[in-house]
Ligand binder design. Sequence first.
Ligand SMILES: [Zn+2]
Length: 293
Amino acid sequence: MIKLLILVSLISFKAHAKLQVITTTTNLASLAKYIAGDHVEVKSLCLGVQDPHFLEAKPSYIFKLSKADLLISVGAGLEVGWLPLIIQGSRNPKIREGQMRHLVASDFVELLEARPVDISRSQGDVHPEGNPHFMLAPSQSIKVGKAIMDRLVLIDVKNQSTYENNFLTFKNQILEKAKLWKHIKDKKIKVVSYHKTLSYFYEEFGIQNVDVLEPKPGIPPSASHIIGLIHRMKKENVKKIIVENYFDETVAKRIQREIPGIIIEIVPVAVEGSKSVDDLFDLYNYLIKKIGA
Ligand SMILES: [Zn+2]
């Protein structure tokens, strides 16, 4: 029994010896794991099968943040409905927004679909500051990866060379893979999506997102919007509807009945959003295969 207690306390000491990094999404967690390697313990608050816009703030998140040495969030309004509450509850002042130990990834990315905030928010739009789903584009993950590397070096300089080497390895792997992925650009693929989750992916790979099932990000599809959408899909000869796997596919199926031959692809948009998607490379490969086929 005593031996067991010693073992347990040794294990817990070891766990505490590592830097604790909490990310809001699994995509950021996967990236942080590449850059941090074994020096850091990384956990995500949102699961890969959950919509990160509408996470329920749980007491367990507050506990995780109370022990965090670094918080990495997406920003651009993605977590506005739940993250401020749990930061406040954690009583961990060093991870408040604006602090060095809270990295906001959107600060390092040029956002797509940016519009005047007051107008878009008042209309119920959940992308009031621009599109926050930039981690779906491999090239954007390099920018965020560099920001994570720089921040880790600031708070843990003794492992600087590890973080720098890990980032370079990650970047080179993405650039290598990009050579294999780029062929889908020539296909001139047209799709309709549920939410604007894949805007950065589409831009990177020359895919035309003709329209979205939601009339505005975060607003459920209405009957009149769907009628207009069906007309547009026929006119533009769209063959594929992409539905993020945490959204309802009922509307897509209704459209499928109206336009024979249309394919519906239900896709994960986050690491661990599907059984075979364990890291960012799996995710990008999966999306290329399903959307680019
Ligand atoms: Zn969104």
